[in-house]
Every structure is written in structure tokens, then in C-alpha cells.
Design a protein around this ligand. Sequence first.
Ligand code: PLP
Length: 389
Amino acid sequence: MKTIAGFDRIGEENAFAVLARAGVLAAQGKDIINLGIGQPDFATPENIVEAAVKALRDGQHGYTPATGIAPLREAVAADLHRRFQAEVNPDNVIIVPGGKVTMFSAILMFGEPGAEILYPDPGFPIYRSMIEFTGATPIPVPIREENGFGISAEETLSLINDKTRLLILNSPANPCGGVTPRAEIDKLVKGLEAHPDVAVMSDEIYDQMVYDGEEHVTLLDYPSIRDRLILLNGWSKTYAMTGWRLGYSVWPDGLIDKVRKLAVNAWSCVNTPAQFAALEALTGPQDAVAQMVAEFDARRKLVVDLLNDLPGVSCITPKGAFYAFPNISETGFKAKPLASALLEEAGVATIGGPDFGILGEGYIRLSYANSQENIRRAVDRIGAFLEKR
Ligand code: PLP
């Protein structure tokens, strides 16, 4: 059977392969500590679970509008106003089955042979995979340790040319934990004003996970690019809802109807009880979010301190998300063989930096969405492994 060439180019996320391998090893009786997959280790808050159960009991069993139920789209707009004073029309909001679906839709909308799409490297692997699927040319925007793993506006702007269709941004960032400061975003947006045909997709799925008094700067703050900005966000990380498959995006007037039609063709609408749960998440008490973020903060400090005591390892303090991205280039190991040996021999799941792009060599990613006790045990094991070599 001959399928389109895109399927020979489509990639995947190695974090899922590592999760599967960790599961196999655990089933064989090995004690595996998982710092691989990027999902909160907390349960979804009870009030949110109850809202879904209630929706089911209330008979919310049918389709909803393709863009999502109106109260939820209104709640998204109100939440963005509450947190960022952003003016968002609920008609520009679509509820989607997971944050990934926004990047899938946006990249599909702008990618084709001859087009160039800029994406962060190291970055979430699905950006590049989807760009390649469409036949567009992926242009990596380097994310550098010396910039605190934030983007450089100057370097990003230097990569734009008349073939550039879409610029993908991600702050707070996976896998490096970087947060791009306002001054740099100001500079970037100023430069983008000279390129009115370049659309921007800003992946802000970790927007509530910022530490050390750092500010999350949303691209919604910049009126000069609002007519070409796609905002990606969702519930997976903030409300510990990765398995619910829930996300939302804000699209400009010129694009919202296109993505609505894509929804009608592909997923009709998001699971109805999940939409009621999402509504409760945004309108109910927010203390669980604050507690989770405080716990992530404590783990972040712990993991960075412990990593910096290991031979050949240095780790800058990440300002956001729940990942540490230690530099392992002085250990004598390449990143992927190290991640693989740590899983097979030390029982610690991590992800090799190259799974996030070519500039990820020399680093591994540790998700600190695990207990402080497990983080201590995991880093002890990594230390014992490195000392033995
Ligand atoms: N964007 C980034 C930067 C992520 O790290 C992830 C998940 O790991 C997603 C989007 C996708 O989130 P979801 O699970 O809601 O599809």
C-alpha cells in the first residue's frame, strides 16, 4: 500500500517509548523511578473529577458545538482576562482534545513544501515531526544554556525570510525549563512587525509554572501581532489532567473558522463531560494549582542541588515548567546512551537531550514531577552509576 510521503517523515515522542520500556522493566520486578514522562504525579483535584461525574449523571452524553460549549469558551476568555488582563472574544476560542491538537492544527494550516516553519531546538518533538509531515522545511531556533534556555530575539529574527510562514514559541519551555523574559519578547515582537505574513503560535501550556518571582509573559499582550497569533494552552499540566485530553486555543478572526472546520472533520468536539470538568477547573477554587506549583518549586530546588553535586554534571536552575536539563557533556557519555544506561542499569528513566533536537546533545531531561524521596533516590542512583564509570 502506498501512503503519502508525509507518513515516511512523521516522527514521535520518545518519552512515550521510555514510558513503555520503564513499564516493561517494572513488570519484570525492577524498581524503576520515572523522571521521564512530563506529567504531574498528582491526581486531578476532586472538585474537577466530581464535575465530570455530575455531567455524566445529568445526561450530558451528546455532541457539543465543534468549538466547545459556550460557558467553557467564556470561562477561558475570563480566565485569560483575570490572569493577564487580556481581551479575548470567546468566539475566538476553541476547545480541543489536548494541547497537541493545537500545534497539529496550526502546523497543518501553514506547512507545505517550500514553506519554512521556525521552531525551538531543543523543543517539544512534535513541532518538528508535524512540520516534516507537511513537507515544510523545519528551521530550528537555537535554545541556548547561556541564555538561561530562553530564546534570543535577535537570533530568531535573523532566521526569518520570505518563505517563513509560522514561528513557534514556547515559554515556559519543555524540555529546558527556560522562561523568556519580557524584554526579549518585546524585542522579538518589534522585529515581527516587519514581517506581517509570519504567523505566530505561542505554546503557553506551562504558563502557571514559573518560579523565583519570574513573570510569565503571554503573547496576547502584544496588539501588533494579535491578528496572526495562535495561543496554545490547556488543562493537562496546570490541573493534572493529561489523561483527560483537554486543551484550548485562541485563534485570530481569519483562522478560527478554518480550525472549526478541521474539528468538524476530525474530532467533532471534545468529550462532553470533560468539558464540564474543564469549566469547573477554571471557575472553581484554585488552591490545588498553587499547592502543586509550590511542591514543584521545592522539588526543582532539590533536584538542581543534587544534580550539581554529581561528577561531570552541571545544571542551571530552570525558571519554569517541571523539567531540569542538566549538562552532562563532562561525564564522558553521549546523552542518549547515558539515558538508556540509566534506565537499564540504574533503574532511572530520563530522556536524552537529542530526543528534543540536535542541540540537545550533551544534556538529559529530568522531569521532577515525582516525589522528593524518589528524586533523591534517583539522583543517588545516577551518582553511583557515574562514579562506577
Ligand atoms: N506543549 C508542550 C510544550 C508540552 O510539553 C506538551 C506535553 O508534554 C504539550 C504541548 C501537549 O500537551 P497535551 O498533553 O495537552 O496534548
